[in-house]
Design a protein around this ligand. Structure first.
Ligand SMILES: OC[C@H]1O[C@H](O[C@H]2O[C@H](CO)[C@@H](O)[C@H](O)[C@H]2O)[C@H](O)[C@@H](O)[C@@H]1O
Length: 551
């Protein structure tokens, strides 16, 4: 890791090209500063450490100029570019030259940055391959080995090999990885299961949590906490070794519960909300409240459509990205208006179910290690959370779990996230039976289960179906003895993925599953992506369980 010659605060104070003395030649003062500045300590109060600066932090008005000029169709392209020299020097060069009549922003960027490689995009599938062969052949294409880090790039180097989703997503993603690992295990790639889990453990040690992905601009948030499920997968798939991750699970738990001890009822801090009766539940959060680097233009435009303070809108957009459901009517006050987003005011059913799993896993592994005290403590935490989930998020009348809107003190929308309590074993059999009726009548289609029953322009809504939701529904219902529904979802989803594969010779990020024939999913803020890590992972696992005809 490196130190910028000048730190962020100092950089903000440098003159811009609007200062006339700096228009034509660099001031001696600045050059002296650049040359003489000693490496600074990693952290200035209130500032991120220099190696965690995001592209927006580093390039300041150059970043905003590039993002607002739309020189790249995808807002994620520029944040993923690597600088060819010290970012501070690039910024100074920009300030010197941008007012010149012949200044060409695109040419400037191409001169001083390497554009992100599109690795894997050139892969041509063999139309004769079965679905299973296609997925097995893709693992090497989607694998990234640890390699030397380009200085100042937004990519955070990881110590071991990992799988990326594909397309514009050329880095590891936290919750995607769990669903990808299901397929890797089925393909006999236990080596990757181990290296990926070790990478996440390393991130917990290094950053104190698992970031959304291994980019500096993802460090301020996490994603659905599924590390405990990864660890459990080790045991189920015979790799063993869950015990060695206990400290990491405990540290991840601290991240999610930070600040809980000092909250009064009806207060929230970061990820924790203390309910009126004093019980603790969790919400999604991001420590920053600026536009996301990778969706800067989109966020600025969304905030303009809201009458709320822009930093509140940015925070809620970022928290929505942390949820993995970016975006969905789940987080919106008006189901079809993204500007009405209120993610931080919702207590999500899936997040609390995943944290129940984390608490239970810590208790279970503590027993293995003979630590009865920790076991009892975390068993109690899991029990308390289950009681709170039932109190605030179980809708007896409609027979389903729902998010809870803690500002309005009422239940929110029903969605496929409702199956997560089954997947982690939090629900009762009676609840599972009722939920089966709700899922059958409100979410099930011929192609699998919909994300929600509300048709919007967002990607985590009807008409889209997503692989992780299918998997958790299939296994969740089967865990409660409802093989009929689990099998039906599994076969429907496999048919969706295979029919699309037979026609287009690829797997994709999400599918339109409302009609008779599966189509490419749509909606949201970026074009549909091919690849695709978790779709491959879930399909490969299901082929092992159901799919002789796809082998
Ligand atoms: O660039 C916009 C957003 O893209 C990511 O979200 C989507 O892709 C992820 C990778 O497959 C997936 O984990 C997530 O569920 C998708 O909605 C990213 O995670 C966001 O942080 C980012 O802002």
């Amino acid at each position: 890791m490196h130190n910028s010659k000048l730190q962020l605060k100092e950089l903000a104070e440098l003159p811009t090209s609007a200062d006339s003395h700096y228009e034509d030649e660099p001031s001696e003062l600045i050059l002296d500063k650049m040359l003489d500045a000693e490496p600074q300590p990693e952290m200035i109060e209130g500032m991120p450490p220099s190696d965690a600066l995001t592209p927006a932090d580093r390039y300041m008005e150059l970043f905003e100029h590039v993002q607002s000029s739309r020189i790249f169709a995808d807002s994620k392209t520029f944040p993923d570019c690597s600088p060819k020299m010290d970012p501070l020097d690039i910024l100074l060069l920009y300030r010197r030259t941008r007012k010149k009549d012949d200044f060409d922003l695109h040419a400037f960027v191409e001169k001083y940055f390497w554009l992100p490689e599109s690795r894997g995009g050139e892969y041509v599938s063999n139309p004769g391959d079965t679905l299973k062969e296609h997925i097995d052949n893709l693992w090497p294409v989607l694998t990234r080995e640890p390699e030397s880090h380009i200085p100042w790039s937004s990519l955070l180097p990881l110590p071991q090999a990992y799988i990326v989703p594909g397309g514009r997503f050329g880095e590891t993603y936290y919750w995607d990885s769990y669903f990808t690992m299901l397929g890797l295990a089925e393909s006999g790639r236990n080596d990757l299961l181990r290296t990926m889990a070790d990478n996440f453990a390393w991130m917990i040690e290094t950053y104190g949590h698992i970031p959304n992905g291994n980019r500096t601009y993802y460090l301020s948030r996490s994603q659905p906490p599924v590390f405990a499920l990864m660890v459990e997968l080790f045991e189920e798939d015979g790799i063993r070794g869950a015990r060695r991750y206990l400290e990491h699970l405990l540290k991840e738990y601290e991240f999610w519960m930070d600040g809980a001890e000092s909250l009064a009822p009806n207060q929230a801090y970061r990820h924790v909300v203390k309910m009126p009766d004093g019980v603790l539940l969790n919400r999604y959060w991001d420590d920053r409240d600026t536009p996301r680097d990778e969706s800067w233009r989109e966020d600025v435009e969304t905030a303009k459509l809201s009458s709320r303070p822009v930093n509140e809108v940015y925070r809620d957009l970022r928290a929505g990205a942390a949820s993995g459901w970016d975006y969905s009517s789940r987080w919106l006050r008006d189901a079809d208006r993204l500007a009405s987003i209120r993610t931080t005011q919702f207590i999500p059913i899936d997040l609390n179910a995943f944290l129940y799993k984390l608490e239970s896993a810590i208790a279970n592994i503590s027993v293995l290690k003979g630590d009865r005290e920790t076991e009892a403590l975390f068993r109690q935490k899991a029990d308390d959370r289950r009681t709170a989930v039932n109190q605030y998020m179980w809708d007896e009348e409609e027979g389903c779990f729902r998010d809870y809107d803690w500002h309005r003190q009422q239940m929110a929308l029903f969605s496929a996230a409702s199956v997560v309590p089954l997947y982690v074993g939090l629900a009762t059999h009676a609840q599972a039976d009722k939920l089966a009726d709700a899922v059958r009548s409100r979410l099930l289609t011929q192609g699998g289960i919909l994300a929600t029953e509300y048709e919007t322009d967002e990607q985590w809504d009807k008409p889209n179906g997503w692989a992780p939701l299918q998997w958790m529904a299939i296994q969740g219902f089967k865990l409660y003895g409802n093989d009929a529904l689990g099998d039906e979802i599994a076969r429907s989803w496999l048919r969706t993925v295979n029919d699309f594969y037979q026609q287009h010779h690829k797997l994709i990020e999400k599918y339109h599953i409302s009609g008779d024939v599966p189509r490419a999913g749509g909606g949201g803020e970026y074009p549909l992506q091919d690849g695709f890590g978790w779709t491959n992972g879930v399909a490969r696992r299901l082929i092992g369980l159901y799919g002789e005809k796809y082998e």
